[in-house]
Design a protein around this ligand. Structure first.
Ligand code: SIN
Length: 363
């Protein structure tokens, strides 16, 4: 009797399993099609670095592994996006230049204009990640996600952080939740806004922080969780356009310290600096020996932005110097390296100090 039942059920069961398989096939196919298309632009850095041994976490060589190997090392990427890779540069990020930024920014804009690109991940050396991220935050003309990522340990190291950071960055770049948030930096399961993030440690995997102003969010289980938006304008809401730019104005940084002299400042001016970021002590104070050289430089046409080497807080306009009288600009909360980027872009639009100051309070 029971044999008869099984025999009778068998054709139904096989039809059922066939139908189930067909349904799964269709569902899986449909799912693959709805996965976002994320482009990975590789530029080098430690994430692409190799060391002599698995315990080599310093003294390794950055920028050795190509983008195809980076992608192949994380097959899990296919679960969160359809990824393609492009090797834009292969450098350690201390060698990043204005020209690299213009090339990268134009490539990002061209890719994001394509309907088959939903987001971009940029693998980057950590040393200047915050600078490239802020530059792109000001010149990318799209609301689609752009996420910078890197690693503090080379690809050959025990517990290399590159693969999980890359997986997280791709998941963020493919997420609708990241649309319109400006350029992001993904590191150590955390998401930061480009304007405010800094590298704060020479070697640990939690090197990226947004002290005081705070994280944008976290990434957990392949899903980003955002808790804030940034108040400052970015991407499609900026006035900067690099489409026809082949160079940026020369802007240099002079660092404040006890016993500071005007030697470096004078050398930058002599070399043609159009702008100087004065990374002053405290609230951007000007040393007695340096102030006359800054005033003279401004009178000859070089723009002076007062920033601080401290790392946190608002640089008070008309605080430690009378900026109105000296025709200087205050950097607000931008650190000196990011103030340099904004001043370069500002000088592509205006030669008016009040306008430049407005930009420092806008971006
Ligand atoms: C670099 O910035 O290219 C080297 C350091 C790093 O990526 O962590």
């Amino acid at each position: 009797m029971s044999k008869l039942r099984i025999a009778n059920l068998s054709p139904h069961l096989s039809h059922f399993f066939l139908a189930l398989a067909a349904l799964l096939f269709v569902l899986t196919g449909a799912h693959a099609q709805t996965r976002p298309n994320v482009m990975i632009l590789a530029t080098g850095g430690t994430i692409a670095g190799t060391g002599a041994t698995s315990t080599t976490t310093v003294g390794y060589t950055a920028a050795k592994i190509g983008v195809d190997q980076l992608i192949a090392a994380v097959p899990e990427l296919a679960k969160v996006a359809n990824v393609k890779g492009e090797q834009v540069f292969q450098i350690a990020s201390e060698s990043m230049t204005n020209e690299h930024w213009l090339t990268l920014g134009k490539r990002v804009n061209a890719l994001l204009a394509q309907s088959d690109v939903d987001g971009i991940v940029i693998t980057h050396g950590t040393d200047t990640t915050e600078e490239t991220a802020y530059f792109l935050n000001l010149v990318v003309k799209s609301r689609k996600p752009v996420v910078l990522v890197g690693a503090m340990r080379p690809s050959t190291a025990l517990s290399a952080d590159g693969p999980i950071n890359l997986y997280n960055a791709v998941a963020i770049a493919g997420s609708r939740d990241a649309v319109g948030k400006g350029v992001l930096v993904a590191f150590n399961d955390q998401i930061h806004f480009a304007r405010d993030v800094s590298k704060t440690n020479t070697s640990t995997p939690d090197a990226f922080k947004t002290p005081e102003l705070g994280l944008a969010g976290y990434i957990q289980g392949g899903k980003p969780f955002f808790y804030r938006t940034t108040a400052r304008k970015h991407t499609v809401d900026t006035e900067f356009d690099i489409a026809n730019l082949n160079a940026l104005p020369q802007v240099d940084i002079v660092y404040g310290y006890a016993n500071m002299s005007p030697v470096a400042l004078d050398a930058f001016i002599a070399a043609g600096a159009k702008g100087i970021i004065h990374a002053g002590v405290g609230n951007g104070s000007l040393a007695a020996r340096v102030k006359p050289a800054l005033i003279a430089a401004r009178k000859k046409g070089t723009f002076i932005v007062r920033a601080s080497r401290v790392g946190q807080g608002i640089l008070a306009r008309n605080g430690e110097a009378n900026d109105d009288e000296l025709d200087f600009v205050a950097a607000d909360t931008l650190n000196p390296q990011k103030a340099r980027i904004l001043l370069m872009l500002a000088l592509t639009k205006t030669n008016n100090t009040a306008e430049i100051q407005r930009m420092f309070y806008t971006y």
